[in-house]
Write a protein of this length. Structure first.
Length: 135
């Protein structure tokens, strides 16, 4: 029983950490919207969460066929989250790939999901405390 409780909280804490990291990546994209040549970055949250929770990769990562291939691992986060370049939707003369509408939407969506994860954890802890106290 206690093991199931801690596994669920571990999964939710992994989700919070990854949401915070994604928020930093999106904020970096927004901050560099006017930087010439800046390439926007993001990562697949579902795959990163599966990896953090001990899941198996679904084969969506590029296959490294040569030892000289570059890895798309974030050195900023230190967790091995796979950062990738976002697809450019509007060509810019300065080769900047940040689409502010998409970044603002991603920022808002991620913030809402972060808040809902926090509320889920709080609700889960309150339920367990009321069960322990017998109320």
């Amino acid at each position: 029983m206690f093991e199931q409780f801690t596994q669920r909280l571990d999964s939710m804490s992994n989700a919070l950490v990854l949401r915070a990291q994604r928020q930093q990546v999106i904020a970096s994209n927004i901050a560099n919207a006017d930087t010439p040549g800046f390439v926007a970055r993001d990562f697949n949250f579902a795959q990163a969460l599966a990896d953090a929770n001990g899941g198996v990769r679904r084969g969506t990562d590029p296959l490294a066929t040569d030892s000289r291939h570059l890895r798309l691992t974030s050195s900023e986060t230190g967790t091995g989250t796979q950062l990738a370049y976002t697809v450019q939707t509007q060509p810019a003369l300065d080769r900047n790939t940040v689409d502010m509408d998409r970044e603002r939407a991603n920022f808002t969506d991620n913030a809402i999901r972060y808040e809902s994860t926090l509320r889920f954890i709080n609700g889960h802890v309150k339920t367990m405390l009321s069960a322990i106290q017998g109320q």
